[in-house]
Design a protein around this ligand. Structure first.
Ligand code: EPU
Length: 431
């Protein structure tokens, strides 16, 4: 067992390099199945969600070779239309991309239902709808999703309308459609930068996908794809996490290797709070020389304020001068971090889908948990902003999505370290 110990209250100063985006990387890794060739993927973040995705591919016949730090060669020529081990698939949400990729390449797929962070109900009805529209018969049951194309006709391009913006369903529809016969039009797709990154990767492999990042995506099916070299875009959520850490600790961080345009929603909200965000070509510099003002925030699909920045933003709203609100419109159960921040003295009340923050909080150190990935990041920020020693448990969640988070915060002056400790609960159970 590991935990993170933070002796906080020290303003963070310096430069942080942002890694490749988790949610683009995991999708591109699974999309490489469609290339049926050798792909070299660079700027892959060294996190457990990516290594688990690579292990899933290996388990069905892909050959993986690490070329250098962050660069991996994936040879998917030997991939079989086989079922990946459930214990791997259940570790992460993105394993559902295997369904779209296998269905697109082989005309059939059977994949265990994915795991991932617990935000309440995480339906897959839109994924099913997209596969069915393209001509597959889909069954969901016994912990699996099974999709089979008509053996004579295969998959055929169609119009797919989503009544709600889903990143996963949009990417799965693209994966299933790139090799289908004819044209597919996806209306009301998710417009997140990682959707665009997957489309760019597939286009580099010879696909014909237009309009990713807009309200309509058009995919002209092609006969086959080929390998390519591709570099994953920077992680906007990791960048946003460091932007908020700069403001929360009263420091100044230069956050490098990012696409500032992807940060617009976060940047605008920070500026509204009186926090300075200077934009450069591939970096932002964040600091706050005055009181942070209270604001109201609502999470929305891209280009709105990202739900994956919700818990981190809540830390700032606790520290702001006055009462703020944060409304969550994507995940019903995203407020589980509130109990943990309350242990540190936060004054937050949750009613329905909105958190009400009293503001002007002086956090006190405590022993807290990372209840999910972004909630864990929020606890790290709160701990760094708090005088005294805070201990964060269940940090495996954080390591699913943040590359070297402890080392990166140490690099800008944070007194933070990871320690191993015996799991007394398990020891007691075993005895
Ligand atoms: N939805 C449906 N039906 C579906 C699919 C989704 O109703 O078939 C609803 C969901 O209930 C939710 C909304 O659509 O209310 C958006 O869900 P989406 O499908 O976009 O989420 P996801 O693809 O499962 C990805 C990210 C999440 C991120 C969300 C929203 C990956 C691997 N995961 O999940 O990232 O919160 O999009 O932006 O890309 C994280 O990185 O910490 C994380 C949880």
């Amino acid at each position: 067992m590991e935990k993170i110990i933070v002796d906080g209250g020290i303003p963070l100063y310096g430069k942080v390099e942002i890694s490749g985006m988790k949610n683009a990387a995991v999708a591109v890794v699974f999309a490489s199945v469609l290339a049926n060739d050798v792909c070299v993927i660079d700027n892959l973040p060294n996190i457990s969600d990516v290594s688990d995705s690579l292990s899933i591919l290996e388990s069905i016949g892909a050959k993986i070779k690490v070329i250098s730090k962050g660069a991996v060669e994936i040879d998917t020529r030997g991939v079989r239309d086989a079922e990946a081990p459930m214990e791997l698939v259940r570790k992460m949400r993105a394993s559902y991309y295997l369904a779209g990729a296998l269905l697109g390449r082989f005309g059939s797929a059977k994949v265990g239902l994915p795991g991932g962070c617990d935000f309440g109900v995480r339906p897959i009805d839109l994924h099913v709808k997209a596969f069915e529209k393209l001509g597959a018969t889909v069954t969901v049951g016994n912990g699996c999703i099974e999709a089979v194309a008509n053996p004579e006709q295969g998959l055929r391009g169609k119009n797919i309308y989503f009544d709600c913006c889903s990143v996963g369903a949009t990417i799965n529809a693209i994966l299933a459609a790139v090799l289908a016969e004819g044209s597919t039009i996806i209306e009301n797709p998710a417009r997140e930068p990682h959707v665009v990154d997957v489309a760019n990767f597939l286009n580099a492999c010879g696909a014909d996908i237009r309009g990713a990042g807009t309200n309509i995506i058009k995919i002209n099916g092609v006969e086959k794809l080929h390998g390519c070299e591709y570099s994953i875009i920077p992680d906007m959520i990791e960048a946003g996490t460091f932007m908020i850490a700069a403001a929360a600790t009263g420091g100044k961080l230069y956050i490098d290797n990012i696409i500032p345009k992807h940060m617009e929603a976060v940047t605008e909200k920070l500026r509204e709070m009186n926090i300075t965000v200077e934009e450069y070509d591939e970096a932002v510099c964040v600091f706050c020389e005055d009181k942070m003002e209270a604001i109201n925030v609502k999470t929305l699909p891209y280009p709105g304020f990202p739900t994956d920045m919700h818990p981190q933003m809540s830390v700032l709203l606790c520290l702001a001068d006055g009462a703020s609100t944060l409304s969550e419109t994507i995940w019903s159960n995203r407020f589980r971090y509130v109990d943990e921040l309350q242990r540190m003295g936060a004054k937050i009340k949750v009613e329905d889908k909105t958190a009400f923050f009293e503001g002007n909080t002086v956090f006190t150190p405590a022993v807290v948990k990372a209840v999910d990935l972004r909630a864990g990041a929020a606890m790290v920020i709160a701990a760094l902003a708090t005088k005294g020693r805070t201990e964060i448990e269940d940090i495996a969640y954080i390591e699913r999505g943040y590359v070297d988070i402890v080392e990166k915060f140490r690099g800008v002056g944070g007194n933070i370290r990871k320690v191993y400790f015996p799991d007394t609960k398990q020891m007691n159970n075993a005895s």
